[in-house]
Each structure stands twice: as C-alpha cells, then as structure tokens.
Design a binder for this molecule. Structure first.
Ligand SMILES: [Zn+2]
Length: 185
C-alpha cells in the first residue's frame, strides 16, 4: 500500500488500516514503493466524484478468475469537509473502502461498515466474518450468484447473465455516498 506519511489523510488511512489489522483476518502492510493498493490523494481530481456526491471510491481491477490485481482508493476531501465528517467518520469511510479492496461488497444492513452510505458505523463483527468467509473460498467463486434454476428460454438466460454481471461488477466500482439534499439516493 502506497501512502504518504505526515498528512492528515495519511493518519486517517493509517487508523483505518490499523483497525482492520487489529481484527486479524487480513493484514495490510504499508510500504513506500509500488503496491497493490494505492491511495489517491484526497484533494486530487475530485470534480467528477463531487458531481456524483461520492465521499469515497474504490477502483478495483481483477483478473478473469476474479482475483484482485490492483486497487486505487480515494477519499474526497471537498465533500467530506462540506458535509462535516469528523475524523473518526472519515476513518469509517476509509475502512469501508479498504473493505472493497479486500473484495467485500456492500452490505444492505446499516450495522455494517460496508453499508452503502456508511458514516457513523465502524468495522462490525459481521464485516470481520465476511472477510474471513471471502478468503476461505476459491477466488473463482467470489461474487458468484447463488445457484439459479437454468431456464431453457433465451430470455431468462439473458436475465440471469445480466444479474450476474451486475453482482460481479458493482462491488468493485462502488463507493460511499453521504446523501445530501441534492443526492439522488
Ligand atoms: Zn462502497
């Protein structure tokens, strides 16, 4: 993981990393050279993300077997500031993005750091359990739909593929959104 030391956001990321590492299910190691996970500076190139009202984003590249190859993480300083996120709330968002870096998808429950618009909730036991589960199965099975009844009609087959595709892609390009007045969520 590439991370510049000494800045405010480095401290935010370090706290989030330490919090995950303390759960003992995954080990993030901070290095100074090239890394699998890169932190994009929070102030850089934010215009598009601001337009979409995203306070954080995880860009995840993976190979054909769904094994994660590289990840870029980005907290969006302008929106975090504008919406009055405290430091610990920013750490929660960083924990959420690190969750994506490990391969976690969104959790529909608000009692999860992987809730789509997480702000107030840190890493929960369910999140730790989900990471443990994720790394106890072969990578090729990540984000695969539960077994579906195969229909013989072309239409149903297409729908099944479409759903699989969405499930497959959405966790990797998801982001944390804090709903505000102008949000479409
Ligand atoms: Zn997310």
């Amino acid at each position: 993981m590439q991370i510049k030391v000494g800045t405010y956001y480095s401290e935010v990321w370090k706290k989030a990393i330490n919090n995950w590492n303390s759960k003992k299910v995954f080990r993030f190691k901070i290095v100074s050279g090239p890394a699998q996970i890169t932190i994009i500076p929070a102030q850089s190139n934010e215009a598009t993300l601001i337009k979409q009202n995203l306070v954080g984003v995880a860009y995840v590249d993976h190979d054909d077997t769904k094994r994660i190859i590289s990840v870029k993480l980005h907290l969006v300083d302008t929106l975090l500031k504008k919406n009055g996120y405290t430091t610990s709330q920013r750490v929660n968002v960083a924990e959420h993005e690190l969750g994506h870096a490990m391969g976690l998808a969104h959790n529909p429950s608000k009692q999860s750091v992987m809730y789509k618009t997480t702000r107030y909730v840190t890493i929960q036991p369910v999140d730790v359990k989900n990471v443990r589960n994720l790394y106890s199965i072969p990578a090729s099975q990540y984000f695969i739909n539960p077994p579906v009844t195969v229909s013989s009609t072309t239409n149903n087959a297409l729908i099944t593929d479409g759903a699989g595709d969405r499930l497959y892609k959405s966790p990797f390009e998801s982001e944390t959104v804090e709903p505000t007045k102008e949000a479409f969520w």
